[in-house]
Design a protein around this ligand. Structure first.
Ligand code: AMP
Length: 131
């Protein structure tokens, strides 16, 4: 059965899309730890990121770099932090999180709940900056 992220990449489940190409897809995390928290995934389903073949893995990182640059331009932050966990959703993904201080990257505190309108606004602002 296709993972929830495969369904998102295929457009079968809605998401706040940031960018895509033929192999990768980026969208806002629905429970962000900071505004602009983005997930980057390979469209081809693989559970564990370090099981991706070298070509898929390198491509994912390069795609994430493009998206991170766009996040940095669109969101007020000092850096874009990167995390990989994958304990919840068994489809490889990279978390990109705009941060100004270390505690902005806190997965254990309360998650934000931006309104759908705000999520759409953030996604559009980041998407516009993707080169
Ligand atoms: P993890 O697998 O531990 O890296 O965490 C999975 C992440 O996916 C969490 O931050 C969730 O908030 C996020 N997530 C789960 N379902 C969705 C969804 N339908 N759309 C966007 N983000 C999601």
């Amino acid at each position: 059965m296709a993972s929830i992220f495969s369904k998102i990449a295929a457009g079968e489940i809605p998401s706040y899309k940031i960018a895509e190409d033929d192999r990768y897809f980026a969208f806002l995390d629905i429970n962000p730890v900071a505004e602009g928290h983005t997930l980057v995934i390979p469209k081809r389903e693989e559970d564990y990121i370090f099981d991706l073949d070298d070509d898929q893995y390198a491509g994912l990182q390069l795609f994430a770099k493009r998206v991170a640059k766009a996040i940095k331009k669109a969101m007020p932050c000092k850096r874009v932090g990167v995390a990989v966990m994958g304990l919840e959703v068994p489809h490889a993904h990279i978390h990109l999180i705009p941060i100004t201080k270390e505690s902005d990257m806190n997965f254990f505190g309360g998650k934000l709940q931006p309104s759908p309108e705000r999520m759409k606004e953030i996604a559009e602002a980041i998407a516009k900056e993707v080169e």
